[in-house]
Design a protein around this ligand. Structure first.
Ligand SMILES: Nc1nc2c(ncn2[C@@H]2O[C@H](COP(=O)(O)OP(=O)(O)OP(=O)(O)O)[C@@H](O)[C@H]2O)c(=O)[nH]1
Length: 623
């Protein structure tokens, strides 16, 4: 297309110029030939007129003027002349009469020439009219050899008569047209040769521009394989060579970049794929992975990291069905963090056994990706209903501290499999970046957990209370629910130590800690406050209900045989309790009141539950 347009333009312009030149040369040659012919005819008629005048004068001198008509008729038969006519002027008519009929005035030009004494030369009937006419006056003169005044009684300088000669202009027209045609043909030939020559000259340019245009168009869509042939050794050939060098350099560099980035996402580059597009897609994917890494590093905990993975799966990879599992390697349990985008949703895509026995999960057991996209029966733990529903799966383990810390399970229907296969390297790149961050965050949280735990009983410690007391109160305030704090203390515990030793005392405390859980809910918190003192926080529970719970615990302890050095001990506890917001608005004040109530329980003889009342605390007392 490019070639045609450029060639048409150049050739069209050349043709127009040539045509204009042919018209101009043709017309101007015709005008020039006419001008030349008119001048030539003028000279010839002047000569003929002079000869006629001399003949007439001679006839007058020889007195043969009366036979002039035969001379004039013979003249009229001269080939090149159409007409020869002699006319008499006014003075001659006056002296000699009208003369022959052929000598009378014929037209206005005759009269004008006789009156003015000026000759008339011209073509009659348009630019290339019918004929050339010359009407030349004979003036009375005394200067010449033959004095006119001798015979004519006329003043000197008047017109005695005139001769009119007309000649055909056919020859002139014919010659003019032949000449013009000749020049036009010459010009046409010249134009044709010019076009052929220019066409040959332009061909390499046309072919090179066409090939560069095609190659550039392919390159703009990422295909740099097209090369341009060099059609000449001039600048056009150089342009072709430079283009090829540029394409080679781009291909080389892009291939390098593509191979490097492919290595970063663990893929094998497809040599058939569009080089530019493939590289750009992989690079932009890597940029997003790097941004993801930066973001998760600043996240607070593993949950936030999992939420980011969830968002990426939903928005970037358009995977609607997936599970994010977290593995408790110590207890060999699995916890569902997110299912199909919903946090803490019930298990959907695997059999429930995996929750209790993490090794049932093939990805956890083997530590490598489980590709259920081709063979759906690879993992037996995949949910039966999902299997019969036609779902396929891909489970990608996230390795933390040398073991599987989490598993991302992607679930798709057959039409989405090609997309998932295409995205798999990038998803894996995201997970590779997430692995060390998840590892660091779980380590941090387990460190934190252990710093908030009492090593001996496994219960939360006093530091935990110090950190979370505000948020516990805030929770109750937001949900507008009560909370009751129980302060427990084993009665006469010192005697255990004293009688059976410190280790036995420790064992009794561990036993006591184990007893609490049977009477509490998941949401309740047990804290080893210090020594043999415990704090139990009953969430969503008012004082009345809490007293009942405390009594049950007290009874359970009283009837529990504590095994110490092969013997069984019977021990009791005293409990004091106070409630938020009924007794106080501040956490530590409620705890103080619970302590006061405990003191009262001890005072009242131990092995009892005492609820705090305002009388136990002086009105102006500070806690
Ligand atoms: N074995 C063991 N003993 C502890 C621990 N923490 C505190 N104790 C002991 O628990 C005893 C507490 O005694 P006291 O506070 O005097 O009270 P009690 O003997 O329990 O008597 P009452 O509380 O008044 O009923 C002390 O002897 C402490 O040394 C611990 O972790 N292990």
């Amino acid at each position: 297309m490019t070639r045609n347009r450029l060639q048409t333009k150049v050739m069209g312009a050349l043709l127009l110029v040539m045509l204009a030149m042919m018209v101009v040369v043709g017309l101007s040659s015709m005008v020039l030939i006419r001008e030349f012919s008119v001048r030539s005819a003028t000279e010839h008629t002047r000569t003929a007129a002079e000869m006629i005048r001399l003949s007439l004068t001679e006839a007058m001198v020889n007195n043969t003027i009366d036979r002039r008509d035969s001379m004039l008729r013979r003249l009229a038969q001269v080939n090149s002349l159409n007409e020869v006519r002699v006319i008499r002027g006014e003075w001659v008519i006056k002296q000699y009469g009208e003369g022959l009929p052929m000598e009378s005035l014929a037209d206005a030009i005759d009269r004008q020439v006789l009156a003015s004494g000026e000759p008339y030369f011209g073509v009659v009937g348009g630019l290339f009219g019918e004929e050339f006419r010359a009407t030349i006056p004979y003036m009375a003169s005394t200067d010449e050899d033959i004095n006119c005044i001798v015979c004519h009684r006329v003043p000197e300088g008047v017109a005695l008569g005139a001769v009119t000669l007309t000649a055909s202009v056919d020859q002139m027209k014919y010659t003019g047209m032949i000449m013009a045609l000749f020049l036009v043909i010459i010009m046409g030939l010249f134009a044709l040769l010019s076009i052929i020559f220019l066409g040959r000259l332009l061909r390499p340019l046309m072919e090179t521009t066409q090939e560069i245009s095609r190659a550039a168009s392919l390159a703009s869509s990422g295909d740099f394989s097209q090369r341009v042939r060099s059609h000449s050794n001039d600048e056009i050939g150089q342009i072709a060579n430079h283009f090829n060098q540029m394409a080679d350099a781009i291909t080389h560099k892009l291939t390098d970049i593509r191979d490097h980035v492919a290595r970063l996402v663990n893929t094998v580059p497809d040599p058939q794929a569009n080089l530019l597009e493939e590289t750009a897609t992989t690079v932009s994917g890597l940029v997003r992975v790097s941004q993801f890494k930066q973001a998760i590093e600043e996240d607070q905990n593993t949950d936030e990291v999992f939420f980011r993975i969830r968002d990426i799966l939903l928005t970037e990879f358009k995977v609607a069905h997936f599970s994010i599992y977290q593995v408790n390697r110590e207890k060999r349990l699995i916890n569902t963090v997110i299912v199909d985008g919903t946090p803490s949703a019930p298990l959907r895509w695997c059999c429930p056994e995996i929750l209790e026995h993490s090794n049932v999960c093939r990805a956890v057991r083997t530590g490598h990706a489980i590709d259920g996209l081709e063979n759906r029966h690879l993992c037996r733990a995949f949910d039966d209903e999902a299997l019969s529903g036609g779902y396929h799966y891909l489970c990608l383990p996230i390795i933390q501290s040398g073991g599987v810390g989490s598993v991302i399970q992607l679930v798709v229907m057959p039409p989405q499999i090609p997309d998932l296969c295409r995205h798999r390297p990038l998803i894996s790149a995201y997970l590779r970046e997430a692995a060390p961050v998840l590892q660091a965050k779980s380590l941090m949280s387990s460190l934190r957990e252990s710093s908030l735990k009492d090593a001996m009983t496994g219960l939360r410690n006093r530091r935990f209370l110090e950190e979370y007391s505000d948020s516990l109160v805030a929770q109750c305030k937001r949900r507008q629910v009560p909370m009751t704090l129980m302060m427990l203390d084993m009665d006469y515990f010192k005697t255990v130590n004293d009688t059976h030793g410190h280790d036995a005392g420790d064992q009794v405390l561990r036993d006591l800690a184990g007893l609490f859980h049977d009477y509490l809910r998941e949401s309740d918190l047990v804290v080893r406050y210090g020594g043999e003192e415990f704090v139990i926080i009953l969430m969503d529970t008012g004082a009345e209900a809490a007293v009942a719970v405390a009594d049950k615990i007290r009874e359970a302890v009283a009837s529990h045989p504590f095994k110490v050095a092969g013997k069984e001990l019977q021990k009791t506890i005293s409990v004091g309790l106070a409630s938020y917001p009924e007794d106080a608005q501040a956490f530590w004040q409620v705890l103080k009141y619970a302590d006061v109530a405990l003191y009262a329980a001890k005072e009242r003889g131990r092995n009892q539950v005492v609820r705090f009342t305002s009388e136990m605390w002086p009105a102006d007392g500070e806690y």
